[in-house]
Design a protein around this ligand. Sequence first.
Ligand code: ARG
Length: 465
Amino acid sequence: MKKDAQASWGGRFKEPPAKLMLKFGESVSFDSKLARFDAFASKAHAKMLARSGIIKESEAKKICDGLDGIISEVESGKFKWDTALEDVHMNIEQALTKRVKCASKLHAARSRNDQVATDMRLFFKFACSELSGKLERAMKSLVELAERNSDVVMPGYTHMQRAQPVSAAHWILAWVEMLSRDMERFGFAYQGANVCPIGSGAIAGTTLPTDRIYEAKLLGFTDEGGACVTQNSMDAVSDRDPFLEFAFACAACGTHLSRIAEDAIIWNTSEFGFVKLPDAFTTGSSLMPQKKNPDAFELLRGKSARLIGNMSSLFSLVKGLPLTYDRDLQEDKPPVFDSFEQLSICLDVLAEMAEGMEFDKKRCLEAASDPLLLATDLADYFVVLGVPFREAHHMVGKLVAISEAKKVPINKLSDSDVLKICPKADKGWRGVFDLKRAFEMREKIGMPGRKTVADKIASWKKILG
Ligand code: ARG
């Protein structure tokens, strides 16, 4: 019997696989990243088999020790991966069987289909926790940036046109809100992954007397102490929702990072000049000696394309697949590994960038001191005097036109100009054009009033520790 290349499934074959097929079909070049999850899952499987009387306790012990040995070799880089053995599962199993004879009993009551699904869910739980930690660090760094700049007043924009004055802190806290939703999304992705597929076998479970609940508990697939196990063996081996949810969470977060980066890139232009970026995260030009480019932010913006691409690859991969496992699904791993690695470094970069970002307070204030930014406040003032808002809006629009025609700033128009347009106006109208007042009038939930923002900073600091 010829068994050379594939001892684990070679039984029914007369010929070994072609060299090209081995090269084409291998996944160990990327799924070796799952080694520790795979070994962890195999240890639990061995314990479950022993408890169910399928193997001896002493055999389970030898298998677990053997797996520990393999993992320390993997971690020290000594383990020899062999692409001819296809994937991480077979590499580990074969190495183990060479060392521990009874390990040939380990694959009872499981298939690589439920094994890979289990490994990946363990990976997602790990990855979601890691990214949540990194998100937390980035948010903390942004909250500190907000706190350092709570007295920086700047214009907020709609349609990239100056709209109304805000504080740098209020703007930065908007970013923090965005990232906090990403954090929630990683929480959902974690919950989605926290259901154990092992025991589903290749498609229809097993005839062996296994204990899925016990194995799920060993693997930490629990919620408030109770085991979470998948409820349909066919769904369990073909379901890739955890991949889609994880990739979506990464893409959404990447999209937020991209928008944050874009804000900072605009602020950093000579035209705006609102911020200075740290030297350590900018680069020069090989040609133009004066240049200091915001590369780190540009890369944050660019990486988001990759994260969206990874998500879209996964949806395309899964959408036409018949139940249950199809080998196409081997292609599900590179996109999620890539999203995890790229988003991890993006969040680290954002955290460090925020530490070194400096606002030009004077320049921001100059830009925010355009009285037109308080045109809406004047309309609100007229409303308080009893003018319906639509009319008030129209009146202020007229005053803006007059100020433009006369080339006089709106707050320097004469009282009679204003009275002509708004007969209800009183002398107090000019007092509206005061940034201090504008902020004082905005001390309500979610608004940029100084105290409101300070309270928000304090509450974020408490949440983030
Ligand atoms: N390397 C495979 C993958 O990632 C493992 C599952 C293989 N199952 C199979 N029936 N060939 O999808």
